[in-house]
Design a protein around this ligand. Structure first.
Ligand code: PMP
Length: 397
């Protein structure tokens, strides 16, 4: 029956990294591939108590349908947190989502017709491309450097593509590069978006996982025209299995997104929203986030120190001040996907994500994404050292 599929299904393909990650799921392989948070950091005792209390004290409400935009109390709590982070907003400007990922899907559905242009960073979050693809967009890519998206190149790209629908950016501890957009670039990005009258989709699930340096206000905090849609997530600060995220946008856009949310899944799980809300009320989530930050700071430093000691000199890596990832750049002509299958997996028993898949258009083969979040210290050092040895033996340095 697959001959009956809609045309859009030609853009819905299993991602190449699935297969590679399956290979990396072998327990004898040390995988730096997945972008999962460290499960040992989930506040299980707290959540256990909160789930039990929620069911015992508010069971009927917590198991009932609720409004499609999400439980008002949780939306208010999120609005308060966003306001403290420099994005003053009200309950009506918040929509609860089934993870930030659902926001990517709904925003594309809301804005994009076939062949419309979406501007994405080069490289970009693969899950965003997967969410946008069924809308059959055209992509225009804008390069990045250590300060994030090259906004002057963006300006030129928008001049060349009038009518582009939105700009997608991950400004904080970018997936896959780990890079954070500078303050000056954020302000300039909003100026450029205003001049071209285009929407910005600011996707920031790692925002609170900063372990070094000064916080930089969200892009949305510079938005005076209601053109920035902000996506946040509980996945990295509480637990991804709860599937809880949120959008903050002007009420007219939230209303449209809410209609799509209703069509997609009626609402996010009432029980999970009630639990998150109670967790925010009864527990010190900021103290918990502090614990997560220190754990990842330690892991990031350990990974970078080990890379510096054991990798050939000609491989560059980014030094993220937050989030879960470092991004490797190999010399031109090096193919990280082939190297993984031919050498990293069989010889070092190590997996990573080859970088090509993160590029919307020009899939450059000489990059890789490593995540430091899930391995123990011992396995992290053993895996990176083994990978370094195999790289040295094949790169001749
Ligand atoms: N955006 C980015 C950049 C991500 O890396 C992820 C996955 N961690 C998401 C969105 C979606 O996360 P979730 O749906 O779990 O909130």
């Amino acid at each position: 029956m697959t001959s009956r599929l809609a045309a859009r299904m030609s853009r819905v393909k299993p991602s190449a990294i699935r297969e590679l990650l399956r290979l990396g799921a072998d327990p004898n392989v040390i995988s730096f591939g997945g972008g999962y948070p460290d499960a040992s950091l989930f506040p299980i005792a707290g959540l256990d108590e909160v789930f039990r209390k929620t069911l015992a004290e508010n069971g009927q409400e917590a198991l009932q349908y609720t409004v499609s935009n999400g439980m008002p109390l949780l939306r208010r709590q999120i609005a308060e947190r966003m306001t403290r982070d420099g994005v003053p907003c009200t309950t009506d400007e918040v929509l609860i989502l089934q993870g930030g990922q659902q926001g990517l899907d709904l925003v594309a559905k809301m804005l994009v017709d076939k062949d419309d242009v979406i501007v994405v960073e080069d490289p970009t979050f693969l899950g965003a491309l997967i969410a946008f693809n069924p809308c059959e967009p055209r992509y225009v890519t804008v390069g990045m450097d250590e300060d994030g998206m090259d906004v002057e190149a963006l300006d030129a790209a928008l001049k060349a593509n009038p009518g582009a629908k939105f700009i997608y950016t991950v400004p904080d501890f970018h997936n896959p590069t780990g890079v954070t957009m500078s303050l000056a670039r954020r302000k300039r990005l909003v100026e450029i978006a205003n001049a071209h009258d285009i929407i910005i989709l600011e996707d920031s699930p790692y925002r609170e996982i900063r372990f070094e340096g000064e916080r930089i206000p969200p892009i949305k905090s510079f938005d005076t025209e209601g053109r920035v849609i902000y996506l946040g997530s509980f996945s990295k600060i509480l637990a991804p299995g709860l599937r809880l995220g949120w959008a903050v946008a002007s009420t007219d856009l939230i209303e449209q997104l809410g209609l799509l949310k209703l069509a997609a899944d009626t609402q996010t799980s009432t029980l999970n929203m009630a639990v998150a809300s109670r967790f925010l009320a009864d527990y010190d989530i900021d103290a918990h986030i502090g614990t997560i930050r220190s754990a990842y700071r330690h892991k990031k430093n350990l990974m970078l120190d080990t890379i510096r000691q054991s990798f050939p000199q000609e491989i560059a890596c980014t030094d993220a001040s937050g989030g879960l990832f470092t991004w490797l750049t190999f010399p031109e002509g090096f193919d990280t996907a082939a190297f993984m299958l031919d050498h990293a997996l069989p010889e070092a028993r190590v997996a990573y994500v080859p970088g090509a898949t993160f590029f919307a258009l020009d899939q450059r083969p000489n990059h890789a994404r490593l995540s430091y979040s899930t391995q123990t210290d011992e396995r992290l050092v053993a895996g990176i050292t083994a990978l370094g040895n195999v790289l040295k033996s094949h790169m001749g340095s």
